[in-house]
Ligand binder design. Structure first.
Ligand code: ADP
Ligand code: MG
Length: 534
């Protein structure tokens, strides 16, 4: 018998984790991601400060923002970040919830792996539990209509949780008003709602404007600062004479020739302005530059003009005023002109903004977000976007649930009941899934400095006694009825979180081989692991 030669199918030095090593490594990384955002959950959650490579800082407790700003490299950890991103895209809120749920599902799966339960059994059980959770959540949810303003306001406030003190209610009211303004039945086009940030003043100075606000000033102070019955032209080309692409030399030998050259330029610019006047416009928004000479003629004609307007703003203006964006001013005619009741430059905290009010499309609204400093404004804007998405999700789907941990306890109860109908090892997986769902109330309690075991025991007793929306009052540390206390969330936050979290957990559990492909970085074991009790 000749001796068997070892066979290599991969290049030497390829790093590879197989079987249990691969699984444990991936689970560990995923749990670490969940651990990172865990302390931010709920009204008593803490904030994170993220400093990027050039020293810019972001202060936030928004799960998806934290994970996007962190430079996560581990492949399994990146999958968890994707869960947060999906949640953000699909619902706009509940990103922390989705991530910690995914982490907990994996943590519990690890315990099952320790008992020698095969990953396929776990994934099967998880997928059954997840499916059952979807129908259960829908059954547990309460109906809501767009006319139920009181409940909608509570939803907006719940999403903005604790963060913004007294101004919270005012901000929630602004959001609700915006949504009601824009809604057509239960349909809401988010494109009709613009958020514009302005540093300065306090967050309570935030306001809802019926129309569009552009963070620009008129190009020339000779222009009027207010025009009624505005006729608006939108140009995405420049009101300038194009500089030649290549260096061009113009030979001028006597002063008369120079004058003729300049006159020619002025004539072209004057012609451009004349086109605008002929089209009937008295307001021009230009995506590119406006030459000084053109500015002069525009001002002389009593036209308001702003330059270097953002593309996204141009699109919003087009939708709001009915104007068509034109590239070449020579092609501008009356047909492309839009209308608005008033265009006005207004000074807000020493800086000018242009308001376009009473637009042709009355559904276009802008929320002007104010706050003392840039970091504050940014975080308020994030909270408002979350809250706005919650309102939209609640109105469009028409179903909401009690928060503060209530829905999770109720769901876990139903899943345990479901488990008893199953036999064998899948039952264990479904029970693990049920336990994992309770990570939300447990974390809410922990973050509020309460004893999670005591609270959960008490909470479960209340649910057993039929109080469906019993949740945690994080301020008093007691149990409350989350519904009557106004802690209400859209159903979609929960269905989406459960769906993405279980999908990613199943995906990670099915991996039994991690091979660093050519050109990729080697997957690293998480370094310097803190002792974790996740
Ligand atoms: P996420 O990124 O998942 O939205 P949050 O930090 O916004 O994370 O926390 C959401 C959780 O906080 C939800 O479970 C919600 O029910 C809970 N919550 C919100 N307001 C309250 C409140 N007043 N009391 C108790 N829990 C609350
Ligand atoms: Mg939230």
């Amino acid at each position: 018998m000749s001796q068997q030669q070892p066979i290599y199918i991969l290049p030497e030095n390829t790093q590879r984790y197989l079987g249990k090593d691969a699984q444990r490594n991936n689970i560990m990384a995923a749990k670490l991601v969940a651990e990172t955002v865990r302390t931010t959950l709920g009204p008593k959650g803490m904030d994170k400060m993220i400093v990027d490579s050039i020293g810019d800082i972001t202060v936030t407790n928004d799960g998806v923002t934290i994970l996007k700003e962190m430079q996560i490299e581990h492949p399994a950890a990146k999958m968890i970040v994707e869960v947060a991103k999906t949640q953000d895209e699909q619902v706009g809120d509940g990103t922390t919830t989705a991530v910690i749920l995914a982490g907990e599902l994996l943590k519990n799966a690890e315990k099952l792996l320790d008992q020698n339960i095969h990953p396929t059994v776990i994934t099967k059980g998880y997928s059954m539990a997840s499916e059952h959770a979807q129908t259960t959540l829908k059954k547990l949810a309460e109906n809501i209509s767009i006319n139920d303003k009181e409940t909608l306001l509570k939803i907006a406030i719940t999403s903005m949780i604790g963060k913004h003190g007294a101004a919270k209610e005012k901000l929630a009211k602004i959001l609700l008003e915006a949504v009601l303004e824009v809604a057509e039945g239960s349909k809401i086009n988010m494109d009709n709602i613009k958020l514009e940030k302005k540093v300065g003043g306090g967050m309570e100075d935030s306001e809802l404007v019926h129309g569009i606000i552009i963070d620009k000033e008129r190009v020339n102070s000779e222009m009027p600062s207010r025009i009624e019955y505005a006729k608006i032209a939108l140009l995405d080309g420049a009101l300038e004479i194009k500089a030649p692409e290549t260096e061009t030399k113009v030979q001028i030998s006597d002063p008369a020739q120079l004058q003729a050259f300049l006159d020619q330029e002025e004539k072209i610019l004057k012609f451009m302005v004349q086109k605008i006047i002929d089209a009937g416009a008295n307001v021009v928004f230009c995506q590119k530059g406006i030459d000084d000479v053109a500015q002069y003629y525009l001002a002389k004609a009593g036209i308001i003009a702003a330059r270097r307007v953002k593309k996204s703003d141009m699109e919003k203006l087009a939708r709001a005023t009915g104007a068509k964006i034109v590239n070449k001013v020579s092609e501008l005619t009356a047909i492309e002109i839009g209308t608005a009741g008033i265009v006005e430059e207004i000074k807000v905290n020493d800086e000018e903004l242009i308001y376009i009010k009473d637009c042709k499309n009355p559904k276009a609204v802008t929320i002007l977000v104010r706050g003392g400093t840039e970091h504050v404004v940014d975080e308020i804007e994030r909270a408002m976007v979350d809250s706005l998405s919650c309102l939209i999700a609640a109105v469009q789907i028409g179903k909401v649930v009690g928060g503060a941990g209530a829905i999770e306890i109720e769901l876990a109860r139903e899943l345990r009941k479901f488990a008893t109908s199953l036999s064998g090892r899948e039952q264990l997986a479904v029970l693990s899934f049920a336990d994992a769902v309770e990570v939300v109330p447990r974390t809410l309690a922990e973050n509020a400095g309460l004893d999670p075991i005591d609270i959960l025991t008490e909470l479960k007793a209340k649910h057993d006694a039929g109080i469906k929306w019993a949740g945690i009052d994080v301020l008093s540390g007691k149990i409350m009825d989350s519904w009557s206390n106004g802690v209400i969330e859209p159903l979609k936050i929960k269905t989406q979180a459960v769906k993405s979290a279980s999908e990613v957990a199943e995906l990670i559990l099915r991996i039994d081989d991690v091979i660093a492909g050519s050109g990729s970085r080697q997957p690293q074991m998480p370094q310097g692991m803190p002792s974790m009790d996740m």
